[in-house]
Design a protein around this ligand. Structure first.
Ligand code: ADP
Ligand code: MG
Length: 266
């Protein structure tokens, strides 16, 4: 599970005659954590789907340590790259333990059971995401945030060097948002993470890539990318970018339009 380099070369996705992603080239260096941000519908999930091979790009290619992901078998890819998705399709009837144990399947033959090493890996992953107490609970009954943590635990149990995460902090409370991103950093894996929270992106990610209407419009360290002008252009908001007094990390605050501010606010 050594960290790899993930590269998109001129990736384009056209569906139903519409370009959802256009000519995106980016590289996530070994061990780097890159945020993918942009408005709803910008194409973040679509681009990430091409990375974990759920969608074949119409043009361009995706390379993992130089290997085109479409040249690998599903199993080979699953040993090298784990994906944490927004929605978990059809995990009904499974316990939390079972869902996390699915992370071990790329290493097994059909019907091969879990051995002691698998048990330890799954148990560690459950503990790392603070879901050990839910191990025997049915996955379907969990809250959105608990489900999300279980799916991150599954990716962890997969022991890959690269992770693709699509809004993994969406349903999480503040503590668990920080824990999830601390964990990704601590693992030392190569990671690309779609995030809505620009402050989290600035705090945890080495670089930020901004997608707008399917195109990559900015990429670079948070201090270079997160400017008031960019936020206005991409998100159509009036925003202030300050430097956090304790961390030196850029801090974004959105300024509500004057007519909608609460009574008494300046
Ligand atoms: P984001 O993750 O940035 O919010 P998505 O990648 O989910 O954006 O979607 C980008 C655009 O592509 C949206 O307008 C969405 O409706 C459209 N889209 C996504 N998947 C499909 C699909 N399979 N067929 C047609 N349109 C799609
Ligand atoms: Mg999305």
């Amino acid at each position: 599970m050594t960290a790899a380099t993930l590269r998109a070369e001129g990736v384009g996705v056209v569906i139903g005659g519409r370009a959802l992603v256009e000519d995106v080239s980016l590289e996530v260096a070994t061990g780097e954590v890159v945020a993918l941000v942009g408005p709803n519908g910008a194409g973040k999930s679509t681009l990430l789907r091409t990375f974990y091979r759920a969608l074949r790009p119409t043009s361009g290619r995706v390379l993992l340590d130089g290997d085109d992901v479409w040249q690998l078998t599903g199993r080979q890819l699953a040993r090298r790259l784990a994906a944490v998705l927004q929605e978990a399709p059809g995990e009904f009837e499974l316990t939390v333990y079972d869902v996390v144990a699915m992370g071990r399947s790329p290493y097994k033959r059909a019907f091969q059971g879990d051995d002691a090493a698998d048990l330890r890996i799954v148990t560690d992953a459950l503990a790392a995401l603070d879901v050990a107490g839910l191990a025997q609970a049915p996955f379907d009954r969990l809250s959105g945030g608990e489900k999300q943590r279980v799916l991150i635990a599954r990716a962890l149990a997969q022991q890959t060097g690269t992770m693709v995460l699509d809004e993994p902090t969406n349903h999480l409370d503040l503590r668990h948002q920080l824990d999830a991103l601390h964990l990704v950093r601590r693992l030392g894996v190569t990671a690309i993470v779609a995030l809505h929270d620009l402050n989290l992106a600035a705090a945890f990610c080495d670089r930020i890539c901004v997608l707008d209407a399917g195109r990559l419009v900015a990429a670079g360290p948070p201090t270079e990318v997160l400017t008031a002008d960019l936020l206005t252009e991409v998100y159509q908001v009036d925003a202030e970018v300050n430097v956090h007094p304790r961390t030196g990390i850029p801090q974004i605050s959105v300024v509500p339009d004057p007519e909608h501010r609460r009574k008494g606010a300046a």
